[in-house]
Design a protein around this ligand. Structure first.
Ligand code: OGA
Ligand code: MN
Length: 290
């Protein structure tokens, strides 16, 4: 079956109708969806009925090896007992809404900063697949920014300046900028990774700015100059013309390419409304999907 892509934003993001991903095994359709990822960077599928096991299996069929060294695993095991399944929710083991000062809640608040998933690892994350199980009655959107368009829109001088630079990414850093405190042991587990500031999709040749709030410094520059450059690039890349907001419905599965896009969660009344999503992220390695 040939999937039809309905573009959602002038630059990127598309919705695909009529596919049940839990049941999808057909290699041609899977390949067409991967090509769609390369083109659109974000794909939205409505009315999916994922179980946790079904989501994990689909992610491996679609893109191979799963990321499981999540930042939050340094804080202890998650309630889903599988670190490849990230608990993107505001509820605890007993299903109660987490208290304001709950450590996991505070850690997760940093998802509201612009970021890419698993840029603090090497290899980093490629595709993230976020499944909405319970959504609040109030808006709690996720926003995406097209980092290919952001790279293309740089002025010639900045485009030449960023070429060849490398950035250190640390998940502890993005949390520390919000005042979150880690133990020495936790910090030891979260040392981070270095990646090029401009990365190229090997299949399309398109280049992207590879940025995140995890970015601590530019390796080739003095720390303050590097941080100023990173802030300017972040301001540039998150201009509204590059941003698409996804309004969640229960049953949505959204897949995004962490090379082509950045994302952030928008604030909502998380002490009042339950919001439960599950994320699986694959590793950006050349291996063929299973
Ligand atoms: C994520 C993430 C934001 C949100 O799942 O990786 O950043 O809106 N989520 O929940
Ligand atoms: Mn994320």
């Amino acid at each position: 079956m040939k999937p039809a892509f309905r573009q959602l934003h002038p630059l990127f993001a598309a919705e695909v109708e009529g596919i049940d991903l839990m049941q999808l095994h057909d290699p041609e359709t899977l390949a067409a969806l991967r090509a769609g990822m390369d083109q659109y960077g974000v794909l939205v599928f409505r009315d999916q009925s994922f179980t946790d096991a079904g989501q994990l299996a689909f992610a491996q069929r679609f893109d191979g090896v799963l990321h499981s060294k999540t930042g939050i695993s340094a804080l202890g095991r998650n309630r889903l007992n599988n670190e490849a399944l990230s608990d993107i929710s505001n509820v605890d083991e007993e299903g109660r809404i987490r208290q304001t000062d709950d450590r996991r809640r505070m850690y997760s608040l940093a998802n509201r900063l612009w970021h890419t998933d698993a840029s603090f690892q090497d290899p980093p994350g490629r595709y993230s697949m976020l499944s909405a199980r319970v959504v609040p009655p109030a808006d709690a959107d996720t926003e995406f920014a097209d980092m290919r368009a952001a790279h293309e829109a740089l002025d010639a001088k900045t485009r030449a300046q960023v070429d060849g630079l490398h950035v250190h990414h640390s998940i502890a850093y993005s949390r520390q900028t919000l005042g979150f405190e880690f133990s020495a042991e936790e910090l030891e587990a979260l040392k981070g990774a270095i990646h090029p500031l401009v990365r190229t999709n090997p299949r399309t040749g398109r280049r992207s700015l590879y940025l995140a709030s995890h970015a601590t410094r530019v390796v080739e520059m003095p720390v303050p100059e590097g941080r100023l450059l990173l802030r300017d690039l972040m301001d540039h890349a998150t201009q509204r013309t590059f941003v698409h907001a996804h309004a969640w419905r229960a049953g949505d599965l959204v897949i995004w390419d962490n090379l082509a896009t950045m994302h952030r969660g928008r604030p909502f009344d998380d002490g009042v409304h339950r919001r439960e999503l599950r994320r699986v992220t694959t590793l950006d390695i050349a291996a063929e999907p299973a």
